[in-house]
Ligand binder design. Structure first.
Ligand code: HEC
Length: 140
C-alpha cells in the first residue's frame, strides 16, 4: 500500500517537472497568428478568415501579417532557416525594392523557391500581403 503512494508521488513530481521544463524550453517560441490589439478575441484565432477580416482598415496590417506569418522565415532569427531575405537586411531589401512592389507581390502570391504561395497566408487578401511586403521593405 505504502509503496503505491511513493510511486504515485514520484510519477506526479515527474509530470509536473516535465510540464515546467517544456514550458521553459518553449518560452520564446512564436505562438502563431497575432491578434490585432483591441480586437483581441481568442475565438477568432481558429477562424483565419475572421482574423483576416478584423484587419480591415487598420494601419498596422503589414506589421500584423508579418508577425503572424512571414516572421517564421523572414524574421531576424527565423524559426525556419531557408535563407529568406531577413527583415532589417538593408542591402537585400533595397535590391528587392528595385524590382517594384507589383513584381514582389506577384512573386509572393505565386511562391518563390522554398516560399509557399501567399507566404503561407492563404486567408490574406492581396492588399494585406502587399502591406506585409511594404512593412519588410520599410523596416530597416
Ligand atoms: C516558409 C518560409 C517562408 C514564409 C512563411 C514566407 N516566406 Fe517569403 N521567402 C521565403 C524564401 C526562402 C524566399 C527566398 C526565395 C528565393 O529567392 O530563393 C522568400 C522571398 C520573399 C520575397 C522576395 C522575392 C524574392 O525573389 O526573393 C518576398 C517579397 C517575400 N518572400 C514575401 C513574403 C511575405 C509577404 C510573407 C508573409 C505573408 C512571406 N514571404 C512568408 C520563405 C518564406
Amino acid at each position: 500500500m505504502k509503496n503505491k503512494w511513493v510511486w504515485a508521488m514520484i510519477f506526479l513530481l515527474a509530470a509536473v517537472l516535465g510540464v515546467i521544463v517544456s514550458l521553459w524550453s518553449h518560452r520564446n517560441d512564436f505562438d502563431g497568428r497575432e491578434l490585432p490589439s483591441g480586437a483581441a478575441n481568442m475565438r477568432t484565432y481558429h477562424y483565419p478568415a475572421q482574423w483576416s477580416k478584423q484587419l480591415k482598415g487598420r494601419k498596422d496590417v503589414g506589421r500584423i501579417v508579418f508577425r503572424s506569418y512571414c516572421i517564421t522565415c523572414h524574421g531576424r532569427t527565423p524559426k525556419i532557416p531557408l535563407s529568406a531575405p531577413r527583415i532589417g537586411d538593408r542591402r537585400v531589401w533595397s535590391g528587392l525594392e528595385r524590382l517594384g512592389i507589383d513584381k514582389l507581390l506577384a512573386m509572393t502570391i505565386q511562391g518563390v523557391a522554398a516560399m509557399p504561395a501567399r507566404g503561407g497566408c492563404f486567408e490574406c487578401s492581396d492588399d494585406q500581403l502587399k502591406s506585409a511586403i511594404q512593412y519588410m521593405i520599410k523596416a530597416r
